[in-house]
Ligand binder design. Structure first.
Ligand SMILES: [Zn+2]
Length: 384
């Protein structure tokens, strides 16, 4: 069975170039293959992609995928996922998978969540009732789902601009981090077949980001994420959050910026020392008729595209663009709620982002990263 874990965990990050806080090139080695970084992980929240077939992902350059532990726990449940071959079998994906811990869902579903010292009480969105989503339980669920990388359960502050809330959030995050780190060690660390990443919180406050990063580094995680960004704080505050986190993380461990994925955010975060990303935005934008192109965003519902015979992006080699279906037909299809236009534009957008990551890697390698960065900033201007 191709999905079964076999042998000793080979998880490690090989940094080819770059330092703590500039563009970096690397390879993440896992039991299920390598990930060339900087890299973007497509999000299959419940194990399934919304748009592209999973077989389209490898040719696009996808090396690693993301799924969500809380949503998979709710449906179909850990036992069923195991019967389907673990998270990899369920996803039809034999490459590495990272699962998020549910910390972000506690934030995004905050009207349905209670925070206690011991964990979150979260409303079950499928069966009703309450789930005690504690650090130990999030660990156990992820051990059962068997991804290659499990995220710790953290507290994403509901108000990233409120210093007291952020301070309390990092105190709890660090306490829970220690608890989950101990569970990971007791299970054999990376030799269990699963790596574990810590998550830096601290909102927009530099000193809190620094102290959270340092506290996590003392616990010696297998990789680190910068979390609590892209939650409404704005572009510049988000970049400050990255700048206030990456210099304090070990230079030879992989860094992951959670929930970030516009072309501008990707190049600007790579420029600040981030290695891997995930985001629902590219495919979600596509499902709502917004195409990501080299000329910026195109809103295909605009009347200007009614009689447009061009593909989504002329010259793009993705399946949607070479299909011959013109923008005008996609526009008409979106208006009549056909399925195919949303799948096609989602697929094109993911292709664009994966291709952008490939271009970023090549540009770092050949010394032209600043040229590519300027090109992206010109098509996707920074907010003032
Ligand atoms: Zn395309």
């Amino acid at each position: 069975m191709a999905w079964a874990f076999a042998g000793t965990m080979t998880f490690h990050f090989n940094r080819h170039s770059g330092e703590a806080d500039g563009p970096r090139l690397g390879t993440l080695h896992t039991n299920r293959g390598e990930v060339q970084t900087p890299a973007f992980m497509p999000v299959a929240t419940r194990g399934l992609m919304r748009g592209p077939w999973h077989s389209q992902l490898r040719p696009m350059g996808v090396d690693m995928m993301l799924a969500n532990a809380f949503h998979l726990f709710v449906r179909p449940g850990v036992e069923t996922v195991q019967k389907l071959g673990g998270v990899h079998g369920m996803m039809g994906w034999d490459g590495p998978v990272l699962t998020d811990s549910g910390g972000f869902q506690a934030f995004s579903l905050s009207s349905k969540t209670k925070v206690t010292e011991q964990g979150f009480k979260m409303q079950n969105p499928v069966q009703g009732g309450w789930i005690d989503w504690t650090p130990a339980f999030a660990f156990e669920v992820q051990a059962g789902l068997a991804p290659d990388i499990a995220m710790i359960l953290d507290v994403c502050p509901a108000k990233p601009l409120d210093e007291t809330i952020c301070k309390n959030a990092i105190a709890t995050t660090l306490r829970w981090a220690k608890e989950q780190r101990d569970l990971h060690d007791a299970r054999g660390g990376v030799d269990s077949g699963q790596a574990q990443f810590g998550i830096v919180q601290g909102g927009v406050f530099g000193d809190l980001r620094e102290s959270c990063a340092k506290g996590l580094v003392e616990l010696d995680f297998d990789g680190y994420a910068v979390g609590g960004v892209s939650v409404g704080e704005g572009f510049h505050a988000m970049m400050a959050g990255v700048e206030n986190s990456t210099p304090f993380l070990p230079v030879d461990k992989i860094r992951y910026l959670m929930g970030v994925g516009t072309p501008l955010d990707l190049v600007e975060s790579v420029a600040r020392g981030i290695d891997i990303f995930d985001c629902v935005w590219p495919m979600r934008a596509g499902r709502f008729a917004t195409a990501i192109t080299n000329q910026g965003k195109l809103h295909l519902l605009n009347a200007q595209f009614t009689n447009d015979t061009s593909p989504i992006e002329p010259g793009c080699p993705c399946d949607a663009c070479i299909s011959g279906i013109p923008r005008g037909a996609l526009r008409a299809g979106f208006k009549s709620k056909e399925l195919l236009p949303s799948m096609m534009v989602a697929q094109h957008n993911l292709f664009f982002i994966e291709n952008l990551m490939r271009r970023i890697r090549e540009a770092i390698r050949d010394g032209s990263f600043e040229t590519l960065r300027a090109e992206i900033v010109s098509a996707y201007p920074m907010p003032s």
